[in-house]
Design a protein around this ligand. Structure first.
Ligand SMILES: [Zn+2]
Length: 383
């Protein structure tokens, strides 16, 4: 089966869709979504917009915000989910050539916070409204947008259950994080931890009366870097980013806190590493408290996991790995085969003067359009 072609370079249709996507992207960037409140306003506006276009729309609350679920078509299972986030990282301390929330067009690029991570993808989805509606007559299409991916992933974690409650069962999902439109099926997960050691203060001349939290923390850091070497070939990395402890040079440190992280390629490996961590022996009687902050599973999916319409669309396209964590591992873990594929490069994300090439928006429109048409055709042929 030949994959359906999308919008092609030089076609007036693609030029028109690109213009709409650029307008949508300008509007999205102009909404400052660094904060939770900003992301909620942005989602509410998108909700109104897609409801007018005929979608069934829900703003589903979770502890920390609301997810937008916009469903086109009936409730038969096996449709396509297009997923992303509308929050962006802060601009504090970054030196921008212009206002990050006043988008501008410059030499074939759109510059502004969130242009590449990942409002460009969201803009393309909004610009393809007519194609989505056409496909949804054969198979449902669901747009899912979350508000806190850059902080805690709570929206993404709540989403699978929210979909179940609405009786929406996607056959596969595309997370539009920036991959320059490559298909990514593997990425690491991570675990952010804060570990605190509590010892006992004493005069430094009477160390025998105290318990040094810094000594225990230093031994723990060594243990982490031993594990880092031990698990390097398995793709697990440890990194201690911050260490805070003690109160004065001549006092045995009562407290010491470490902020650290594990990056790993699979949830199973993450669990194995947690067991290895439990084997740490403190050199003294300082007590240790681990507080997991954010846990995000990795993604590792093969083409066999994809529904047939997606596998035939992938065909012999390359499937690659990305070095950064996304929501995809969460959705795949909840039983939804998920690819990461979106416009723009991660190299431009989170930086001052973040931009997306207009050619990337065009590639995204063309590819998504091809996928939507392929889904319609496969469904009609199999009916
Ligand atoms: Zn992102």
């Amino acid at each position: 089966m030949r994959a359906q072609r999308g919008l092609r370079q030089g076609q007036p249709e693609l030029a028109a869709a690109t213009k709409v996507a650029i307008d949508e992207l300008f509007a999205l960037i102009a909404m400052n979504t660094v904060s939770r409140a900003g992301a909620d306003d942005c989602l509410s506006q998108i909700a109104m917009r897609v409801e007018d276009e005929g979608a069934s729309v829900w703003l589903c609350p979770f502890d920390g915000g609301r997810n937008l679920i916009a469903h086109f078509g009936d409730r038969r299972p096996g449709g396509l989910m297009l997923a992303g986030h509308v929050d962006v990282v802060p601009v504090t301390g970054q030196s921008w050539a212009s206002d990050p929330f006043e988008p501008r067009s410059d030499q074939g690029r759109i510059v502004g916070r969130g242009s590449t991570d990942m409002k460009g993808f969201v803009a393309c989805c909004l610009a393809l409204n007519d194609e989505i509606k056409a496909t949804s007559r054969c198979r449902p299409v669901t747009l899912c947008l979350t508000p806190d991916e850059e902080t805690a992933f709570r929206g993404a974690k709540a989403l699978p259950e929210q979909l179940r409650e609405l009786d929406i069962v996607p056959g596969a999902a595309i997370v539009g994080e920036p991959t320059e439109m490559e298909i990514a099926v593997r990425h690491p997960g991570f675990l952010d931890m804060t570990t605190t050691f509590h010892g006992k203060a004493a005069h430094a001349s009477r160390k025998d009366l105290g318990v040094s939290a810094i000594q225990a923390a230093a031994a723990f850091v060594s243990h982490l870097y031993e594990l880092d070497a031990q698990y390097a070939d398995a793709g697990v990395q440890f990194s201690v980013g911050e260490m805070r402890g003690g109160s004065a040079r001549n006092i045995v440190a009562e407290n010491c806190t470490l902020d650290w992280e594990i990056r790993h390629t699979s949830a199973a490996l993450g669990e194995e590493v947690k067991v290895a961590l439990a084997s740490f022996q403190s050199p003294n009687s300082a007590r240790r408290f681990d507080q997991p902050l954010v846990t995000v599973p990795g993604l590792s999916m093969s083409k066999d996991a994809c529904p047939s319409w997606l596998a035939t669309w992938i065909g012999d396209r390359a499937m690659s790995s990305m070095p950064f964590a996304t929501e995809a591992g969460i959705y795949y873990g909840a039983g939804i085969p998920t690819l990461v594929m979106g416009p723009g490069s991660i190299a431009q994300a989170h930086r001052p003067d973040e931009f997306i090439e207009i050619s990337q928006l065009m590639a995204c429109l063309s590819t998504l359009c091809g996928l939507l048409r392929h889904l319609s055709k496969e469904t009609t042929e199999r009916a």
